[in-house]
Ligand binder design. Structure first.
Ligand code: URA
Length: 434
């Protein structure tokens, strides 16, 4: 087989066969195909697309291009969740203990963040002492004992995606639905869970800005999962404004714990409950969504989910003080309040701008390998639909670097839109795709 022929075939809008896709993926993983041919092929896919069968073949070939997690030693059906990435999205920290407390094991492999979205692993790492690197044996043992563990994704998982993504990132070929769907699902399949709940974010702070595109991505991922023998449900959820009231690593951990204590923001609590309920249905704990939602509420209200969170943190070496309001998490040395300059309703809160502000404060990485200021970030006192009066605090910015604070406050003001009229409410869960 010749790589050039496959590039030309795709360039001319023809379908690639399974063996041809496997040949390409093999060459991407072992380095035998050079970057320039991979980028030409990715550009051909960008313009010509791939059908469902090609997309599934690509995802499966990538999933098996390296190590595949073996969760056969975990008792019970393991379930996973994945968010396509949003600002202030800390649901994983709430969802894992909700699901585990209800008896379904969660063996979670997560990544670090790049850019404004921030990774789940960075958030957990802001907890003093918390270990995200466990051996496979320790990981499985903890999942069997505690029913929950979260680790940093192994370097050998899906090597083909690692190389392909790095090339796409610098060749203008990230924004292709078959390439995004196969990239995400290859990692989920290689992570080993039988049931997968996908949270596909839509809006300014998300990969997918338009609902139509988000639906296409969700459908493509559900199809791949089904083809790989996994049970998959995708929810389309709002990311036109940040989720919850905090953006930034330790601030988000604090908010997740508040939520497990029943004192969190309504949107975060609601979405976490719905995601956890879908996971419990996929994990065969409940036969329908309504009973699962009742079950999850019971885990939250009884304090069982908070106990499960404490067990998981302690099992991985994390040290928190649940008697303190900051739970012993890193706290920033500098902060500044941002105030409204008129009486009005908040009629828009641009998630991307809030995320970028948090990144400039030190909460995210501009480049791979940048250090993170765990305490940096933003707390939003006012969100979409809230009424503010002139001089009232709308947000607070935090950083350990004083020079980053001043510009951040001004930037955050610009993320807000105000109106004299109460805006229509926004749906949190826009659609469910099975
Ligand atoms: N996230 C991924 O893992 N892959 C993509 O292609 C886009 C987002």
């Amino acid at each position: 087989m010749n790589v050039q022929d496959l590039i030309i075939k795709k360039r001319d809008g023809l379908e690639l066969g399974q063996e041809e896709i496997e040949f390409l993926v093999q060459g991407i993983s072992d380095g035998s195909i050079p970057d320039y041919q991979i980028s030409a092929w990715a550009m051909a896919v960008y313009f010509q697309g791939m059908n469902d069968r090609e997309t599934r073949d690509l995802a499966l070939a990538m999933a098996y291009s390296g190590e595949v997690a073996d969760l056969s030693a975990v008792s019970g059906v393991t379930v996973d969740k994945h968010s396509t990435g949003g600002v202030g999205d800390k649901t994983t920290m709430v969802v894992i203990p909700l699901v585990a407390a209800a008896g379904v094991p969660v063996a979670k492999m997560s990544g670090r963040g790049l850019g404004h979205t921030g990774g789940t692993i960075d958030k957990f790492e802001s907890i003093p002492g918390f270990q995200v690197q466990l051996s496979h044996r320790q990981f499985v043992e903890q999942v069997n004992q505690v029913k929950a563990a979260v680790i940093s994704q192994s370097g050998n998982l899906v090597p083909a995606d690692k190389r392909l993504y790095a090339i796409r990132d610098v060749t203008g070929t990230v924004e292709s639905i078959p390439l995004i769907a196969s990239s995400i699902m290859s990692k989920k399949i290689a992570s080993g869970s039988r049931g997968i709940v996908l949270d596909v974010k839509v809006g300014t702070g998300a990969f997918m800005k338009e609902q139509r595109e988000a639906v296409r991505l969700a459908r493509a991922m559900v199809e791949i999962g089904r083809g790989a023998g996994r049970q998959v449900v995708a929810l389309l959820t709002d990311m036109s404004q940040p989720l919850g009231r905090t953006v930034g690593n330790s601030l988000e951990v604090q908010e997740a714990i508040d939520t497990l204590r029943g004192e969190g923001p309504a949107d975060l609590e609601k979405l976490s409950i719905i995601l956890a309920a879908h996971m419990l249905v996929l994990g065969d704990r409940y036969s329908d969504l309504d009973s699962a939602i009742n079950g999850v509420r019971e885990m939250l209200d009884s304090g069982h989910a908070l106990e499960k969170f404490k067990q998981m943190i302690a099992a991985q070496g994390g040290i928190l003080d649940y008697e303190r309001s900051d739970y012993g998490l890193p706290v920033a040395r500098f902060e500044a309040e941002v105030r409204a300059n008129r009486d009005a309703y908040v009629s828009g809160l641009n998630a991307l701008e809030v995320g970028r502000t948090a990144m400039l404060l030190g909460a995210g990485r501009e480049r791979l390998g940048d250090n993170i200021d765990y305490a940096a970030g933003v707390k939003l006192a006012k969100k979409y639909g809230d009424y503010v009066t002139a001089g009232e605090i709308i947000a607070t910015v935090y950083s350990n670097d004083k020079s980053r604070i001043d510009g951040a406050g001004q930037r955050l003001v610009n993320a807000y839109q105000f109106s004299d009229h109460r805006p229509d409410s926004l749906p949190l869960v826009i659609d469910t795709i099975k």
